[in-house]
Design a protein around this ligand. Sequence first.
Ligand code: XIL
Length: 352
Amino acid sequence: MRRRDFVTAAGAAGLALWTRGLFEGAAAASHSAIPFGAAVSDGPLQTDAAYQKALIEHCQLLVGEGGLKWADLRPSPSQYVYDQPDRLIAFAEANGMKMRGHTLAWYAAMPDWALQLKGETETSRELMTHIETVVGRYKGRIPSWDVVNEALSDDGPRVGLRDSVWSANLGEYYIDLAFHTARAADPAAQLVINDYGLEAATAKSSARRRAMLDLLRRLRDRDVPVQALGFQAHLPGNEEIDKDEVSRFVSDVKDMGLDVLVTELDVIDDQLPADIKERDAIAAKRVGALLGAILDVTRPTAVVTWGITDRYTWVPIWYKRADGHANRPLPLDEDYREKPMMRTIKQAIAGA
Ligand code: XIL
């Protein structure tokens, strides 16, 4: 049966049932309805015992900050370097956690050789072989994949398809190909389309919500096997969350038979006040507003933050504070103490 027929026949409820068992075992360990997880940095995972302990204490799900990105995995056309994901999945499984996969088709973190791919035949062959090989290797062990990351462009008021070697050589069809190939490689995995900038009360974010809905409708009409939309949710601290619009957006996404999840939550705090109490309170408020807007409509299948501690975060790479103070984007501070954001997340997912 084709997926669209299935959705029509069984209704959205059928799909929701199917995804409930997705991270089975993981959420049970925490007694919360929704599994919580974090992105993991490979270096400290190997060297910092306190970091390991925090991940074990708080998480039911892990995802590599890198490791499964093309640049890490594919230094040359013939190589697949599995060291990082193998280390992470071993750590996850040894501690009763599940792992998400990030990511199979993205414009960034590409090795030079792959940026040189030319023409439809070569590009589709490389994309398919990569996905078959990588998803196939972890079949049954990675229950959820960010198949396509950041498909939407970010270069002005008109939101279109993001430039990449994939879109340049295959057009929007690269998305179809990536999802169909992932579906064939692991029929049981949750296949996610993941993007950012979908939450704020700004004209830009509103245009991105519209563009994402349009894209999801086209994918549905072409029977592309997408199961869920991932909100990266790198929340700009100085922008309000548009709770009503986000709820409406989630409800439109659900009406298409899709689930939602939060994949890379943190708060970009470079524009927030220096005062730590004030800054942490605003960050927690943003997180609470986003989770509330989603939970008013549905249960996300997971809530994952992009790191667990302020000690290890990507945020200063792009959003260093002008006053020289350290960024505080994550649920634990740099000494692994829980911040208001962690309490907000726990309350939200426990109450769901
Ligand atoms: C970031 C990682 O956290 C960094 O360590 C790396 O140097 C660059 O990529 N959106 C994504 C993630 O989908 O893959 C990015 O991760 C952060 C933004």
